[in-house]
Design a protein around this ligand. Structure first.
Ligand SMILES: [Zn+2]
Length: 252
């Protein structure tokens, strides 16, 4: 009798292969190892810049690993970020990145650690927004590889008591809790329409004050969408030690 074999549902590995194949097909695998602006020496610049490794950006694991090798050889810190595990980035992608960092001898570093001094040959991995369930689900992988990351939090005022508790737990585990605005507005368009003072009053102070009241001490601000201007950068000086932009919006 003729056997019919049904295609199996692709697992996470297959999805990674698919993402890499799509990236190759589209010719858009980001050349992380060639992007000078996503490497720093400690927190040597006021505006530090990261590159997204969310799945939609089609950054291959090979390229991420090449970028780690560059950081190790140059004695710099590589800055990468993502958002929501399982929704914007496969959990297996993050697990593979952590495994690659371990394999390459490139330890993870938080932004708070970078502010305390240079950490040559490291990876600053961060997560933006407020996916507490997704972030917490990565803890076993962080633990396995003894990795600590930075969480840039937006919409803190909307977090439930349970979510604030999860954030506190992540902080207790050594992760770094930093700031990502109050309502996730685009700083460039918001200030063009309402001015910088309104931006500080509505987008910075409310959630920053609430976080500080709850015992968090953010010193780094990641711009939503990476959208920034030098005027807003200057207006952030009284509130933060450092800013995080993205590759596409990094100051020249
Ligand atoms: Zn965001």
């Amino acid at each position: 009798m003729k056997q019919v074999s049904w295609p199996r549902r692709p697992g996470p590995g297959a999805r990674l292969v698919l993402a890499a194949a799509l990236a190759a097909w589209a010719g858009c695998d980001a050349a992380l190892s060639e992007y000078d602006s996503i490497y720093s020496r400690g927190a040597d610049k006021y505006v530090l810049c990261g590159h997204s490794i969310d799945d939609k950006n089609f950054v291959s694991l090979d390229e991420i690993e090449r970028a780690m090798v560059r950081a190790r050889i140059d004695g710099t810190t590589l800055h990468l970020y993502a958002h929501k595990p399982t929704r914007t980035v496969e959990r297996s992608t993050i697990e593979s990145v952590l495994a690659a960092a371990e394999r390459q001898g490139v330890p993870l570093v938080t932004y708070a650690e970078l502010e305390r001094g240079e950490r040559p040959g490291t990876l600053a991995l961060s997560f933006d927004d407020h996916d507490l369930v997704g972030w917490t689900s990565l803890q076993p992988a962080f633990e396995r590889t003894r990795s600590q990351v930075t969480f840039f939090v937006s919409a803190y005022l909307d977090l439930s008591a349970e979510e604030r508790g999860q954030l506190r737990t992540l902080a207790t585990l050594g992760h770094d809790i930093q700031f990502h605005s109050t309502w996730h507005q685009n700083a460039e368009s918001y200030t063009a329409e309402h001015g910088v003072t309104a931006y500080v009053d509505n987008e910075i102070l409310p959630a920053l004050t609430a976080m500080r009241t709850d015992g968090f001490a953010p010193t780094v601000f990641a711009y939503p969408f990476g959208a920034r201007t030098s005027t807003v950068d200057d207006a952030m000086i009284p509130h933060f030690q450092h800013l995080r932009a993205i590759y596409a919006t990094c100051p020249q």
